[in-house]
Each structure stands twice: as structure tokens, then as C-alpha cells.
Design a protein around this ligand. Structure first.
Ligand SMILES: C=C(O[C@H]1C=CC=C(C(=O)O)[C@@H]1O)C(=O)O
Length: 344
């Protein structure tokens, strides 16, 4: 079956579906649900495709795999149109104020990191779902690239560099991803103290929280990874779990990770909910298949956007620590927004 035809068919017929491509894989996986029932996800023993929001108090959904197939991805050539960043003085000063507020909170309280994010709207006159999805796949081959649709929720797309949790045959893997700088041709650049510390906090958090609940755990050396035009720092964390049913507790421990929320988790989450001035919805939530082919693989919903009424709403954020400079944090979100705008 051809993924392009099936995606177009499901979208036009208003059937819930998801298509995704794993990092560095040359095939698209497609899951289509027969009816348009909106199924809430709250049982980690279920099987299908999970789409969960940042705030676990809001609803997560499951797409049932009534039809599941994979299809080869062809290679595509696209001209990259560059969408100019228009002046965003109001958005910029709002974001900078929230970042300054986060820095002050970090200086004055026990909070050590807060991820501050924002959304940005871009009007698109002729949005072609398949064309944009193909562009995302061809431009970001080492990302997890998905398009998710439910007629009662909406359309989301993204190309994320971050794994939340993978579990297969009693083995798990996750990652501590944080720190950002522009890629300028060098895959081994020098990293600043702020970025190294920010990433170390994420790795420490994951290690501390998982080591008491898993059978074994190993951390790799920190490495630099490329995500589109950006570089991040990453530690791979792998090991064994005691039992398959541990997946629920691992996800609850990890989500939202300090790469998208902060430290400590509850206080930084409270800051975000009180200060960001918008609802993150599914941005910085997680998504992926659960218990399909004996495998669960969840990714963090980053570098993503929603399509509503001829408008793209894209979501970007960055980790704030005591060392942050507000202006630079704004620029980091502008660079992250370009990853999406490059395919529109
Ligand atoms: C929160 C985002 O990125 C996270 C992942 C990698 C690097 C990040 C950073 O450098 O701040 C963020 O923690 C986002 O892209 O919206």
C-alpha cells in the first residue's frame, strides 16, 4: 500500500490516522482507525498509537491500529523556501519578560531550570499535507517525523530529535537531550558552560529517577548531535527493566523531562502553567506506539506544529538556567522556529 494515497484518503475521509518515520529509517509506518471515535488513553496495557499532552491533567488519546502497514520512502528533492522572520517586537518582549522572570525565580528559589516556550502563527494559503510531510522527512532524516490527525482534535506534524522511552524485550533506552547551538559546519564544536550544565542536569535527573526502579542502567559519554540546522548535547541511557508493566511508571517518572519542563519537575511545571500565557497542548507531550509488535517507543513532541484554519501554529522553547541571557534565549527560539518554517 502507498502511504501517500492512504494518508490523503484518511484525511479526506476524516479518519483518525498517524504516519511516522523512525530516525534514519527509509520507511513510513501508517496506522489508520476505522471509525472516528475519540479514544482516551489511560491504560499502558493497550495497543496502538498514543498522543499525549504536556500537562498530564489534560487528555491523552489513542489511535487504534485497525490498519497498519509500512511503505518505502522515496528520496525527494525540494527547493527550500526561506520564510523571512517578520519583526515580532510584541512576541519578543513578552518572551524576554517571561525568560527574565524565570531567571529571577531560579536565582531566588530552589528551582534550577525552567523551559520557557512560546507559540508562533504563520498564515499559509495553500497547505498541502503530503508535500509538507515529505519535505519534513527529506530535510530531517535523523529525526522522528510524524503527521497525526484526528477529526475531533486536529492535525499535528513534527520532526523531533528526542526519544522519551523505548522498550523492547525487557531492554529500555532513553536520552538526556539539551543545550543548543547553530550548526556551522563543525560537528564537534566547543560548548559553553551554560549548555553543558543544562544538559548535565537532564542526565542527572534521569539517572537519579530511574536507577531505583530499573534492573540496570548505563549512561553513554555526552555527544553532539545534529537536528536540522541546530546542534544539541546528548547522553544515551540504556538498561534493563524488571517487568513490562514498569513502562507506565517509567513514563510517569520521565514525562515531562527537564529538557521540556525543568527542575524540580513540579515547581518548574507550576511556573510554566502560571507564566507562559498560552496552553502548550500537545507540544512537549509525547507520542508513539505502545505494545505494537512487542515494542513501545515514545518520542517527545518537539519541533512541531498544528494546522488550524489556514494557519500554522508552531511551538518552540528553550531551557533557562541561572546563566541564561534573555536575548540569546529569544534567538534560540527563532532558530528553532526556522526548522519548521523551512518546510512550509
Ligand atoms: C524545548 C525544546 O528543545 C529542548 C530540546 C533540546 C534542546 C533544548 C534547549 O537547548 O533548550 C530544549 O531543552 C524545543 O525545541 O522546543
Amino acid at each position: 500500500m502507498k502511504y501517500s494515497e492512504q494518508i490523503n484518503y484518511a484525511f479526506e475521509a476524516k479518519k483518525p490516522f498517524v504516519a511516522y518515520k523512525n530516525p534514519n529509517e527509509n520507511k513510513v509506518h501508517v496506522i489508520i482507525q476505522k471509525n472516528d471515535e475519540l479514544i482516551e488513553f489511560d491504560d499502558f496495557n493497550s495497543s496502538g498509537y498514543v498522543f499525549a499532552p504536556f500537562n498530564s491533567d489534560e487528555k491523552a488519546y489513542l489511535i487504534q491500529p485497525d490498519l497498519y502497514f509500512t511503505d518505502e520512502v522515496k528520496s525527494f528533492e525540494f527547493d527550500s523556501e526561506f520564510i523571512e522572520n517578520k519583526e515580532q517586537e510584541v512576541e519578543k518582549s513578552t518572551h524576554i519578560n517571561i525568560v527574565k522572570n524565570a531567571i529571577k525565580t531560579i536565582q531566588d528559589t530552589e528551582v534550577s531550570k525552567i523551559v520557557v516556550s512560546r507559540k508562533e502563527e504563520v498564515s499559509v494559503s495553500d497547505f498541502n499535507l503530503l508535500e509538507v510531510y515529505n519535505k519534513l522527512m527529506s530535510k530531517y532524516p535523523n529525526a522522528y517525523v510524524y503527521v497525526w490527525y484526528h477529526p475531533k482534535v486536529g492535525l499535528w506534524m513534527g520532526a523531533t530529535p528526542e526519544t522519551l522511552l523505548k522498550v523492547k524485550d525487557g531492554h529500555f533506552s532513553t536520552m538526556a537531550l539539551a543545550g543548543t547551538q547553530a550548526f556551522k559546519g563543525n560537528l564537534n564544536p566547543v560548548w559553553g558552560a551554560k549548555e553543558l550544565e543544562e544538559q548535565q542536569m537532564v542526565a542527572d535527573f534521569i539517572k537519579q529517577h530511574l536507577e531505583n526502579v530499573v534492573e540496570s542502567l548505563e549512561l553513554s559519554e555526552v555527544e553532539t548531535v545534529k537536528a536540522g540546522s541546530l546542534l544539541h548535547l546528548k547522553t544515551n541511557i540504556t538498561g534493563k527493566i524488571h517487568q513490562q508493566k514498569d513502562i507506565a511508571s517509567l513514563v510517569k517518572l520521565l514525562h515531562p523531562t527537564p529538557a521540556v519542563c525543568g527542575l524540580p519537575k513540579e515547581l518548574s511545571k507550576m511556573f510554566i502553567l502560571e507564566n507562559e500565557n498560552y496552553n502548550r497542548s500537545f507540544y512537549s507531550g509525547y507520542l508513539g506506539n505502545i505494545n505494537m509488535n512487542n515494542e513501545t517507543s515514545f518520542f517527545v513532541n518537539l519541533r512541531c506544529f498544528q494546522f488550524i484554519n489556514n494557519t500554522i501554529v508552531l511551538y518552540v522553547g528553550g531551557g533557562i538556567t541561572a546563566e541564561s541571557i534573555a536575548e540569546k534565549e529569544w534567538e534560540e527560539t527563532v532558530a528553532k522556529s526556522q526548522i519548521i518554517k523551512a518546510v512550509l
